[in-house]
Design a protein around this ligand. Structure first.
Ligand code: ADP
Ligand code: MG
Length: 321
């Protein structure tokens, strides 16, 4: 399949910080600073990058939980930023989210059945017995037992709670699921079960995923495409097997070399990253990565490199490579 479900074009989201007591000018956090990417139907785009680089903000913009300052976001070719009330209602059904912490995203005072049934209630769909049947079916699909439906979230383990969140996300048969660090708060032993469930559900329901994580092994496992983000920008966007074989951008290269590989035979030379992650408040000019880049040249601090296609099919934003 090679049909685009979501197309993000030149999207920016800046947050204004409270002015300091002695400061005259406002400071801006450039959380998402000109991002373009596409997510194809039935595939998984893995979005990876260090904490604070703007991954969750990008997810919230696609969910239209927030409005971008600039740019367009197309869902099935339609600009979601221009959607009217009806268009937004349709979008709310078609795009769902799974959060990192299932506990804080589940109402502790509600029974599992009403948590999973909530989307039906919100959209006025499937009442009474039909809703009960759908809830039971959803519980079975995600590996929960129907007799658990009258329990409360605290009566479940972390992995089971994430299953509840997944069932709720699936209720309205969405097309796109944004999974934002969906297993980061779970024990390692449980992570694989949840990830494999998400992969099974993808083929069962023809789902498209935006899978957000800082865990490179996980991203390798789940993704068809990978986008590497650094300080609000995509620095490399490539097929999973291509970027894991040989990343091009110096940041991707350093990031991937620092991650312990699942393959014990893979020999990787660790490339150290100089310095700390600069702040997204007033990020460095030119290439945002130049302050830490071992390959930097003069131009990198002056001119911002655009994402350009490379012979291996990847898109890379770098003046040197
Ligand atoms: P990630 O998910 O990659 O860790 P986020 O998208 O959560 O990154 O955040 C990107 C940057 O934007 C961070 O510096 C964060 O502090 C800042 N940020 C996110 N949301 C807000 C907000 N509502 N107000 C101000 N700053 C924010
Ligand atoms: Mg995040």
């Amino acid at each position: 399949m090679d049909e685009t479900l979501v197309a993000v074009k030149d999207v920016k989201k800046y947050y204004r910080l409270q002015k300091g007591f002695f400061s005259r000018k406002s400071l801006w956090v450039k959380a998402v600073d000109g991002v373009s990417l596409e997510i194809r139907k039935g595939e998984t785009l893995g979005l990876v990058g260090e904490s604070g680089c703007g991954k969750s903000t990008l997810g919230r913009l696609i969910l239209r939980l927030e409005e971008p300052d600039e740019g367009t976001i197309l869902f099935e070719g339609r600009n979601i930023l221009e959607a009217d009330a009806e268009g937004m209602k349709a979008l709310r059904r078609q795009v769902q989210v799974i959060f990192q912490d299932p506990y804080s995203s589940l109402n502790p005072r509600k029974k599992v059945s009403s948590i999973i049934g909530e989307p039906f209630a919100i959209h006025g769909l499937a009442g009474g017995k039909e809703r009960e049947e759908k809830i039971i079916e959803l519980m079975e699909v995600v590996g929960l037992r129907p007799e658990q439906r009258n329990l409360y979230p605290h009566q479940f383990s972390g992995g089971q709670r994430q299953r509840i969140g997944i069932a709720r996300a699936l209720a309205l048969r969405p097309k796109l699921i944004i999974a934002d660090e969906p297993v980061s708060s779970l024990d390692v032993s449980i992570q694989a079960q949840i990830v494999n469930l998400l992969i099974d559900l993808q083929s069962q329901f023809g789902l498209t995923y935006l899978f957000i994580s800082h865990d490179l092994n996980l991203i390798e496992y789940v993704s068809d495409w990978v986008a590497v983000m650094y300080l609000g920008k995509i620095v490399e966007w490539a097929k999973q097997e291509v970027i894991y074989e040989k990343p091009i951008h110096p940041y991707s290269e350093a990031l991937f070399s620092a991650s312990p590989s699942l393959d014990p035979l893979a020999k990787k030379e660790r490339i150290p990253l100089e310095g700390d992650v600069p702040s997204p408040i007033n990020p460095p000019p030119g290439c945002h990565f130049h302050t830490r880049c071992p390959l930097r040249i003069d131009r990198c601090s002056k001119e911002e490199p655009p994402l350009t296609p490379r012979p291996n099919g990847s898109l890379v934003a770098c003046h040197v490579r």
